[in-house]
Design a protein around this ligand. Structure first.
Ligand SMILES: Nc1nc2c(ncn2[C@@H]2O[C@H](COP(=O)(O)OP(=O)(O)OP(=O)(O)O)[C@@H](O)[C@H]2O)c(=O)[nH]1
Ligand code: SF4
Ligand code: SF4
Length: 307
């Protein structure tokens, strides 16, 4: 197991497979990547990286984007890396889940997180820039059959979807999914922008209400996020709250290292000076041990963002 200078173990890799996306969500953080040249990692390179990571005790991998399912070789990637991974998940906008849920599960994907910021077609379109809510709902229905758990990611934004939180709680119970309520987040220097001020919707009061209503509460190791079990007319809804802004506990319990789609380690979502290239070395014929050294260097550069 690798530990950083703050005693935080690195147990997860978040691999961005591409910067491309078929949506245009106006608040998109693109996993903290900015203006990268395409140069995407190949399935072989991703497999090699994950195999080396497993030697270092990293057995949880999340595939992200952009939108990971726009890669035509997504099934191959999942199939190649599953042998090294205990918990293999993906975060997706859900637009291709209807046709991909079953083959992805067959290839070895364990679970999926689907962005679902609204149940109203017009609001969904305003947020994603493209619409297509119906297809995503069908994709979620299909995903529940083959992947477990299916989580719904709802980024809550003032004046847009903040009135839909409780509808979404019911929807999660009804569909047997887990709801993640996500507070809008941004690097320090952007928190005073008109954009952020306009849409930031603090989830603390919502969390206090969930706390009161919950029949049970659990705490996850990662980020010490709380999970609430809320009774609804459809049964119990599981609700997680992701509140990263100014949250020192969240960062103190951050156990993930990011990998950019063009082959660099990225130590934190919100930093922009933290990239360590590994793919150039890999492409020059480096040994596994040389890649391990780059891994260690990246882990030693990790620092909690809010502290
Ligand atoms: N600041 C920060 N925010 C994160 C981090 N991980 C996830 N988030 C936020 O949580 C949102 C949802 O993340 P997902 O990709 O669905 O994954 P997750 O919920 O973190 O992971 P699992 O619950 O294990 O599936 C992201 O869009 C971010 O806004 C992190 O390490 N740091
Ligand atoms: S679906 Fe995800 S990657 Fe695509 S634009 Fe929206 S937030 Fe960004
Ligand atoms: S250090 Fe904090 S802000 Fe950075 S990735 Fe980890 S949890 Fe997110």
């Amino acid at each position: 197991m690798l530990y950083d200078r703050f005693g935080r173990p690195v147990t997860n890799l978040r691999i961005s497979l591409t910067q491309e996306c078929n949506y245009r969500c106006f608040f998109c953080h693109r996993e903290g990547q900015r203006f990268l040249a395409k140069n995407e990692l190949t399935p072989e390179e991703i497999e090699r990286l994950v195999r080396i990571a497993s030697r270092l005790g990293i057995r949880k991998v999340k595939l992200t984007g952009g939108e990971p399912t726009v890669r035509e070789d997504i099934i191959e990637i999942v199939r190649r890396i599953k042998p090294y991974v205990i918990d293999l998940s993906m975060t997706t906008n859900g637009s291709r889940l209807k046709e991909l849920a079953k083959p992805l599960a067959k290839a070895g994907l364990d679970r999926v997180n689907v962005s679902l910021h609204s149940l109203k077609p017009e609001v969904y379109k305003r947020i994603t820039g493209v619409g297509g809510l119906e297809v995503v709902l069908e994709g979620i229905e299909e995903a529940v059959k083959y992947l477990s758990p299916v989580k719904l990611n709802m980024t809550v934004m003032k004046g847009l979807n903040d009135g839909e939180i409780w509808d979404m709680v019911n929807f999660a119970a009804k569909t047997g999914t887990i709801l993640q309520l996500i507070e809008l987040e941004a690097p320090r220097e952007m928190t005073e922008t008109p954009f952020f001020r306009k849409y930031f919707y603090p989830l603390k009061p919502v969390e206090e209400k969930l706390e009161k209503l919950a029949v049970e509460t659990r705490e996850r190791r990662m980020h010490r996020r709380k999970k609430y079990f809320i009774p609804t007319e459809y049964g119990i809804a599981e609700v997680e709250v992701v509140r990263a802004m100014h949250n020192t506990v969240f960062c103190a319990n951050c156990t993930r290292l990011r990998v950019t789609s063009n082959g660099k380690f990225k130590t934190c979502l919100l930093r922009n000076n933290d990239l360590i290239d590994f793919v150039s070395t890999m492409r020059k014929g480096a040994s596994d041990n040389e890649i391990v050294e780059i891994f260690k260097k990246a882990v030693l550069m990790r620092e909690p963002y809010w502290k």
